[in-house]
Ligand binder design. Sequence first.
Ligand code: FAD
Length: 437
Amino acid sequence: MLNNGEKKIAHSFDKSFYCQIQYNKPSKYKEIEKFTSQASNIITCGSNYSYSPIFLSKTSHVLDLRNFNRILGFSKEKKEITVESGLKISELLNFVLPHKLWIPQIPGYPFITVGGIVASNAHGKSCGIHGTIRKSIKSIKIFHKTNGWLNLSENENKEIFDLTIGGLGLTGTIVSVTFTLEKFSGFFTTTKKLVKNLKETITELESEKSEKYLYSWHKPSSTKNFGKGIIFINTLGNDENVVLDNELNLNPKKTYSLRIWNRLTINLANFLFYSINKRRLSENEVFQKVIFPFYGNEIYFGFFGNKGFIETQLLIKKTNFDIFNEELYYLIKKSQPSITLISLKKMSGEQKYLRFEADRICLTLDLINSKLNRDFMEKLDKICIKHNVIPSVIKDSRLDKKVVQNCYKDFESFKEKLLIFDKKRIYRSEVSDRLGI
Ligand SMILES: Cc1cc2nc3c(=O)[nH]c(=O)nc-3n(C[C@H](O)[C@H](O)[C@H](O)COP(=O)(O)OP(=O)(O)OC[C@H]3O[C@@H](n4cnc5c(N)ncnc54)[C@H](O)[C@@H]3O)c2cc1C
């Protein structure tokens, strides 16, 4: 580690892991080279919005790239933009939306950085059609302590390009990225469909073939009403004359940590959410409410208190969904965990390395961080291994090497290829150490 960096206590977004980090915030390319050359082990960070500690380490020096937030090139004709990796999604959108262009695979919070979305292979609300951010990445520039400056694309250093997308920052510091952009024409109209259970939701999600931004929310009840909920069907307008020159004007919100969630408050909040939404089954929505549903609702995370929460995001084969759903329901009935959120969406893409991507159903659960719930999650891990389910390394801080090794067919291949590229394994995080990568 470097002796001359600043120190601070940092934590993962789910608050499962706290540690003192030593970090630098370079603002010139020469400083990236200098700080990198002085440190033995390094991990680069963006906005620190990862649920699991993939951007933190007790022993690696942390390079914070948020001063690198410039737009380096833009072609409206070619529908391409090159940006530095510390640029936030909201800043990127404020530039491209007035040109009626955007990237459909952006994740659900506006202050996440470009480096963070590439290293986590983020997905958005339409991942059933648009897949993950991988689909929009044309090229990447990285700096690596021993391999130096490298341009990565399908035509140049293809293998490292592939390892870097969803590579958890382990192939070096991402400095800039070129994206291909898609047409954006209009505003969202939201319709809602009430569903009785998760099985019915899957049938509905599967029947939607057109370009819709779809996700569902379900009551986390363990009774026979398990999975009763609402599908949010967001349709993008198609108005050529739409004027999109207003800035999104989004600002980070201060959240307070106060433990409010318990069985009573969870039931009350879910009852209110269902009742309010049931009354308004169709509405015109502002962009940020559809794309960034937690913006303005950050207090939801604050209500878990200082002990934080557990989030698990799982990719389940469509053919295995019914049996998985049945076993999940019986486990919930037996263990009675305190679940605050259940949500489903469709995902599409190719499964490779540690990327959370495949042609599957994506199920998300949030739980209070308690002993009972961690025990429940351990039992769920076993069901996941049994049914070939892929859990997200980005979202679930608890995952150990055995589970990840069993669930990711390319785990060993990712490790081996990384070792060939970086023989000293310089770039390491708390998660990569825990997984033995
Ligand atoms: C409220 C909320 C909603 C979310 N919604 C979604 C969603 O809908 N879909 C989804 O996929 N994810 C979602 N996420 C997760 C989020 O997209 C990822 O965790 C993302 O990686 C966070 O980016 P960050 O800028 O905060 O980076 P950090 O958390 O700081 O870092 C994340 C990873 O990226 C690496 N990294 C960051 N910058 C660089 C760089 N310049 N060079 C090399 N490596 C780098 C880090 O080493 C680390 O491995 C959400 C998170 C929150 C808090």
